[in-house]
Design a binder for this molecule. Structure first.
Ligand SMILES: CC(C)(COP(=O)(O)OP(=O)(O)OC[C@H]1O[C@@H](n2cnc3c(N)ncnc32)[C@H](O)[C@@H]1OP(=O)(O)O)[C@@H](O)C(=O)NCCC(=O)NCCS
Length: 145
């Protein structure tokens, strides 16, 4: 059975295996956990049979007008059974009342997000690939030093 949590409390790095599919330099599970802890909103899907996290979505918000959704991912073997949709629905519920909710995605995924009332838009982005695994590629608490 898949259950959903709205907090990263009690999640351990061991539960966070297999994410960031296709990233050449993925964050470690420890860095992934920090990312969840540092987000303003999270929804986490857990396979109660194994205890593993099988999907997650995060949001950063000013809680006044805007929110941004940087991450949505479901483990490959759990895709196509509605988990991604449930994560988006739950996150949009949590962000309800805000003027703008934005995310960046590949063109072919726009139709997926349109199911939830979102629409395609143009955007711009910056990627510092040397920090893809985390600040300065480490598990330290910040990009200092
Ligand atoms: C996108 C993603 C989260 C969807 O998760 P999921 O649990 O499979 O989603 P659901 O089962 O709720 O819905 C799947 C639907 O989305 C569509 N979809 C998923 N990925 C898609 C893609 N890359 N392009 C087009 N459609 C896609 C499927 O065709 C499916 O449609 P259907 O319901 O008509 O069969 C998952 O494919 C994933 O983790 N992908 C890799 C990471 C990613 O691209 N994240 C989004 C970043 S913006």
């Amino acid at each position: 059975m898949i259950t959903y949590r709205h907090s990263s409390q009690d999640i351990t790095p061991d539960q966070l295996r297999g994410f960031f599919e296709g990233w050449p330099n993925p964050p470690t599970p420890e860095t992934h956990l920090r990312l969840l802890e540092g987000s303003d909103e999270v929804v986490i899907a857990i396979d109660e049979d194994t205890g593993a996290v099988v999907g997650f979505i995060t949001a950063i918000t000013d809680r006044v007008l805007s929110a941004y959704i940087p991450f949505l991912e479901v483990l490959p073997e759990y895709r196509g059974r509605g988990i991604g949709s449930e994560l988006v629905r739950r996150m949009l519920d949590r962000l309800d009342g805000l003027y703008m909710v934005d995310l960046l995605c590949d063109k072919q995924l726009i139709a997926f997000y349109e199911r939830f009332g979102m629409r395609g838009a143009t955007g711009a982005m910056l990627r510092n690939y040397k920090y893809q695994a985390g600040p300065r590629g480490s598990d330290r608490g910040g990009a200092t030093g």
